[in-house]
Design a protein around this ligand. Structure first.
Ligand code: HMG
Ligand code: MG
Length: 308
């Protein structure tokens, strides 16, 4: 058996479900708040350990998530589940504290142009804003994630240097984030690059603090996850149904689909604690409020088979 199997992979993986945030932020048609709440409640029942519920960003930047306060207050908080929200600045943190949030994510990028378009700051300005946000969130006892976008390529600048990713990751680690998610915002990464970045980062911080966030624009996301697993990375972001994209990254398509990641991991004997069938039901329920089909291959295969 051993000669034919991938060896020394993590036995358990943490899935961070980003559908309600990264997925919905990219939907053009306004999704009714009640549908978002039902969707998140169904994801909670699927055993997902972390659900990114919404963003406390400017409603002018992301109109779809202007109902963040109501969504966050109304979702059922299941014991043991971390409900994460995006916070870009002090104003976002004020809103999050007001809504009873216990876990936040700050977000910047490895390339300047994307950072400017996304949050209207330079990378340095964003890190300086986040130092204040993280300090205050820590004092509130919150759990804190840091995102770095464009780690494998920028829609405006093209190639991104590994050293630039590492410098931002170090800054986020030093200010006290608990976990850092390495984003392939426009889905250009290939497995060799994943191994290179993972090696570079592991020289600087424990692998337990690293997550990877793949968009599946060119169909390489699952291959990238296998490469990351071989580098002992055991935290992956995904969105149910394959929803997603970033309005500030032209051409970026959905996140790798949670159903596809679960099928892959469970087939490889890696535990997640997540019920694929229940994720599928959450995706199916949300699909009724969307004006397009879901892209997850596993979701489609299960639907076509007509089970459930
Ligand atoms: P700005 O225009 O420079 O900021 O935007 P501002 O301070 O001048 O504020 C502009 C207006 O927004 C003001 O309102 C503020 O009050 C308001 P006005 O006076 O014009 O009426 N405002 C806010 N309102 C609510 N909540 C707030 C807030 N802050 C300001 N927190 C800003 C700067 C950062 C606010 C804006 O650019 C923004 O909100 N950007 C968010 C963009 C975003 O959410 N992008 C998608 C998420 S990142 C992503 O998808 C990548 C990821 O998935 C990883 C990957 O794939 O790579 C994480
Ligand atoms: Mg993303």
């Amino acid at each position: 058996m051993s000669a034919l199997s991938l060896s020394n992979l993590p036995s358990r993986v943490k899935i961070v479900e980003v559908g309600p945030r990264d997925g919905l932020q990219n939907e053009k048609a306004q999704i009714p708040t009640a549908d978002k709440i039902r969707y998140i409640d169904m994801l909670s029942d699927a055993g997902l350990p972390v659900i990114e519920a919404t963003s406390f960003v400017s409603p002018k930047a992301i109109p779809q998530l202007a109902d963040a306060d109501e969504v966050f207050r109304s979702i059922r908080k299941r014991d043991g589940v971390t409900y994460l929200v995006l916070v870009p600045n002090e104003r976002g943190l004020d809103r999050a504290i007001g809504a009873g949030v216990r876990a936040i994510a700050v977000f910047t990028a490895a390339s300047q142009t994307f950072t400017k378009r996304n949050i209207n700051m330079t990378i340095e300005e964003s890190l300086s804003v986040f130092r204040g946000v993280v300090r205050r969130a820590r004092a509130e006892g919150m759990w804190i994630r840091g995102y770095i976008s464009t780690c494998f390529g920028c829609p405006y600048e093209g190639e991104v240097k590994g050293d630039d990713v590492a410098a931002v990751a170090e800054a986020l680690a030093e200010m006290g984030t608990d976990e850092i998610s390495i984003g392939d915002t426009i889905g250009v990464a290939t497995p060799n690059q994943v191994v290179e970045i993972a090696a570079l980062l592991q020289e600087r911080m424990p692998v337990e603090r690293l997550a990877m966030h793949f968009h599946d624009t060119r169909g390489t996301a699952l291959a990238n996850i296998v490469a990351a697993l071989q580098m002992q990375i055991a935290i992956f972001d995904s969105s149910s149904g394959g929803l997603g994209g970033c309005p500030y990254a032209p051409g970026a398509s959905g996140n790798v689909a949670t159903e596809d990641v679960l099928y892959l991991l469970h087939g490889m004997g890696i535990e997640t604690g997540v019920d694929l069938e229940k994720v599928r039901l959450a995706s199916r329920t949300l699909a009724g409020a969307l004006d397009h089909e879901l892209t997850s291959k596993t979701f489609r295969a299960l639907e076509a088979a007509g089970s459930g």
